[in-house]
Ligand binder design. Structure first.
Ligand code: GLN
Length: 489
């Protein structure tokens, strides 16, 4: 009973809570028991606050849209009173004094943010191995990575140690771990969800979004979090549709799905490519129209991203100076040494690499050659998407070129790690929305019996989440990939 309760989707749990078949306290206890049983091996959580969660569960109003539903939160989104360390030593001991707007909205809808999930330090990475604290393992194969940077959030959802989790996506960090762990990950359009209270990595790319067991759950959470926020001037003042209802009512017949030819190039694992092609065939069978489209500037995406994201990160991370919050170097002599030693001690190697790279591309001699040109190519990439979306409602492609890789396999080679995002980063550069959903399984090369999830990615125009989720839902409703659960071995 306990473990079956923990495996419910948010939608199913909410129905049971509302019907008073289950109390919020019982749901939380089932989840806590599951975490106890499994998280020692998985290590998806940095910390949990079950005491607070129990109190919140006792007084939860189950008539609210998420009344009594516990939610896990990536360690980069502020929850008042809880640690918000971005999996970095530099924020050791820091607790958020306020709620991010996304959290405030979830709480107002009755949700209970109870746990902090592991991540790559400051969301920089694709495997969660850059966490300063612990390795999170992939629930489908404990010798593999869960993806990143929201690897903790993906792992806990896939392992049924969370009903749903929040992640953040700057270049793929919701979608890629969702793909590697076999859950649904939604990156909303830039400006759809307030970034207030999200510790900034690259402010023009970052978005908060849900990792869930189903598309319907992603729609439910998005609907609660989305909308204009006076505390984030980049949040758009556009009406928030009832995503959950839109998803239910969507008809796939006649939807046009674009196949970007640049996304099917050499280097993709053949099993991943086969799964995506099978998904395309499935859509055709459901009555969608498949059109080939071109995104000619795709080849520049990784280079452009690692200029713009590092430039913004170098400016955003300047605030961690040992004066305001977190770690402070001991016994320093003067201000400069204080800054230098605090940052040398507090940041890990990947974060340092990016601060140096970002400072370099913004320096006066190189600004025009790198940063400015990257911004121009970014515009061309956005225009590519605009042209493609004139011909179709959504694009389909792989989320990640490969299934989950082994722990340690790519840590020595930052470039190999950066290529994990080759199919996800263009969406952030263009500000559009994207979702990864379970679309098949690959056999592991070194262990033929081992099955690893494959993610299919759908990309939609900015602020077209309704249709994007509708198209994703149509696939999910007619396939059963999302119903499989890992054996946790
Ligand atoms: N993996 C990418 C990076 O390392 C994307 C990270 C993210 O989306 N936060 O920057």
């Amino acid at each position: 009973m306990l473990s079956t309760l923990a495996s419910l989707t948010v939608t199913a749990l909410q129905a049971k809570l509302r019907a008073r078949e289950v109390s919020p306290r019982e749901a939380l206890d089932a989840l806590a028991a599951r975490i106890d049983a499994v998280d020692g091996r998985l290590r998806g959580y940095l910390s949990t606050d079950l005491e607070y969660a129990r109190r919140a569960a006792e007084s939860a109003d189950v008539t609210l849209p998420l009344g009594g539903v516990p939610i896990a939160v990536k360690d980069v989104v502020s929850v008042a009173g809880q640690p918000c360390g971005c999996a970095s030593k530099i924020l050791a001991g820091y607790r958020a004094p306020f709620d991010a707007t996304a959290i405030a909205r979830l709480r107002a809808a009755g949700a209970i943010p109870f746990g902090r999930t592991n991540m790559d330090e400051f969301a920089m990475g694709s495997s969660t191995e850059n966490s300063a604290f612990q390795l999170t393992r992939n629930p489908w194969d404990l010798s593999r990575v869960p993806g990143g940077s929201s690897g903790g959030s993906a792992a806990v959802v896939a392992a049924d140690t969370a009903f749903a989790a929040l992640g953040t996506d700057t270049g793929g960090s919701i979608r890629q771990p969702a793909a590697l762990c076999g859950c649904v990950g939604l990156k909303p359009s830039y400006g759809r969800v307030s970034r207030y209270g999200l510790v900034a990595f690259a402010s023009s790319l970052d978005q908060i979004g849900p990792l869930t067991k189903t598309v319907a759950d992603a729609a439910l959470l998005l609907g609660v979090m989305a909308g204009r926020d006076p505390l984030d001037s980049t949040s758009l003042d556009a009406p928030v549709p009832d995503y959950a209802a839109a998803v239910r009512d969507f008809s796939i017949k006649g939807a046009r799905i674009g196949l970007p030819k640049e996304y099917f190039v050499s280097g993709i694992d053949p099993q991943v490519e086969a799964a995506v092609r099978a998904a395309v065939a499935h859509y055709a069978k459901l009555g969608a129209e498949i059109v080939e489209v071109s995104l000619p500037h795709t080849e520049y995406a990784v280079a452009v991203y690692y200029i713009i994201a590092t430039a913004e990160a170098s400016a955003n991370l300047a605030r961690f100076d040992g004066v305001r919050y977190g770690h402070r170097a001991a016994d320093t002599n003067g201000l400069l040494e204080h800054y230098g030693r605090t940052r040398a001690e507090g940041f890990g190697p990947e974060v340092k690499r990016r601060i140096i790279l970002g400072t370099y591309v913004l320096s006066s001699g190189y600004y025009d050659a790198y940063y400015l040109r990257a911004q121009k190519v970014r515009t061309l990439m956005r225009q590519d998407f605009e042209k493609a979306f004139a011909q179709c409602d959504a694009l389909i492609c792989p989320t990640s070129p490969v299934p989950a890789f082994k722990l340690g396999e790519r840590t020595a080679d930052p470039l190999a790690m950066y290529l994990a995002d080759i199919f996800t980063i263009a969406a952030n550069l263009a500000g559009i929305c994207g979702v990864s959903l379970p679309g098949g399984f690959a056999k592991a090369a070194d262990d033929g019996d081992r099955e690893l999830p494959i993610g299919v990615q759908l990309l939609g125009p900015a602020f077209a989440e309704e249709k994007l989720l509708g198209i994703a839902h149509a696939f999910e409703q007619t396939t059963d990939w999302h119903q499989r659960r890992p054996a946790l071995g």
